[in-house]
Design a binder for this molecule. Structure first.
Ligand SMILES: O=C(O)CCC(=O)C(=O)O
Length: 282
């Protein structure tokens, strides 16, 4: 197994490995690399849904939500992200992640690691970009660190309650069905400690955080705007151009990400995703 850093900010490419057959030592090497680089890119993988689930499950329990739109038939653990349309109907979520976010932060127990596997990629478009929120925290001024140290962000799933997001084009007609499901808001520390490294990250995102607990919006919104802008400074980021067979896994407590979309027709991008749950943010 070879590991090569992908950018100064985050990410490493792992080659010489078949994720369907890894022994305990290799698994421990992967875990260590995951903590060091936050995002791992495994090229040339051919994972069936069962193999994708089996690899993900080694990192924790997989999140399943039976009412999530576009799970793979027979596999509630696997979501389909795709721009393919069959008989006028999309077969997957077309623009999962079109705003900067960290996965499932609107839940009491958010996502630890996401595993996204590219089965088909388009020639142009469909990149995904990550930003390192450890670095975002570390580079705040001492005054700002002090100001936000005990604050809690209000994380909301329903896009209609977020002035910074728009209802996903694909779901405009079905917004009630998609966003109106009973998911309660979650309140998490703005400064989160990573469950394994203990490092602090700036755990907010414009897609899910709509306010700060106990703080007037007049004060909270400009503060959030400044923090959101800081979170995505170019030097914290890595943008991935997908190849067919890529399996990417990323560490949500210390990264935010965005799907860049803009797939040039007739390109098809078709992916399978699993998400493993983590700890209660503290
Ligand atoms: O499809 C992408 O590029 C990003 C997907 C995403 O943001 C997600 O699955 O949370």
């Amino acid at each position: 197994m070879q590991i090569e850093r992908l950018s100064d900010a985050l990410g490493a490419e792992v080659t010489g490995i078949d994720l369907t057959s890894i022994d305990v030592t290799t698994f421990e090497d992967i875990r260590a690399a995951f903590l060091e680089y936050q995002l791992l890119v495994f090229r040339d993988q051919h994972l069936s849904p069962d193999a994708h689930i089996a690899f993900s499950e080694r990192f924790g329990p997989i999140e399943t939500r039976p009412d999530r739109p576009f799970t793979l038939p027979g596999y509630p653990e696997v979501s389909v992200l795709s721009n393919r349309v069959v008989d006028g109907e999309p077969v997957g979520v077309i623009s999962a992640g079109d705003f900067w976010h960290t996965d499932l932060s609107f839940s009491e127990i958010p996502c630890r690691a996401t595993f996204l596997h590219a089965l088909e990629v388009a020639e142009e478009g469909g990149d995904t970009e990550w930003s390192n929120i450890y670095m975002a925290y570390d580079t705040l001024s001492d005054d700002m660190k002090e100001r936000i140290t005990d604050l809690k962000g209000i994380h909301v799933f329903d896009r209609r309650r977020n002035r910074r997001a728009q209802v996903d084009q694909q779901f405009v007609e079905k917004a009630d069905k998609v966003y109106g499901i009973p998911i309660s808001d979650a309140v998490h520390p703005v400064v989160r400690h990573h469950p394994e490294t203990g490092r602090k990250s700036l755990y907010i995102s414009p897609r899910f955080v709509v306010g700060i607990e106990g703080m007037d919006d007049q004060e909270a919104q400009p503060l959030l705007d400044a923090l959101f802008e800081h979170q995505i400074r170019p030097e914290f980021r890595y943008c991935h151009k997908w190849k067919k067979g890529d399996l990417l896994m990323w560490d949500n407590p210390c990264l935010i990400h965005i799907g860049r979309g803009e797939i040039k027709p007739p390109g098809i991008r078709h992916m399978h995703r699993t998400m493993v749950l983590g700890d209660r943010p503290h």
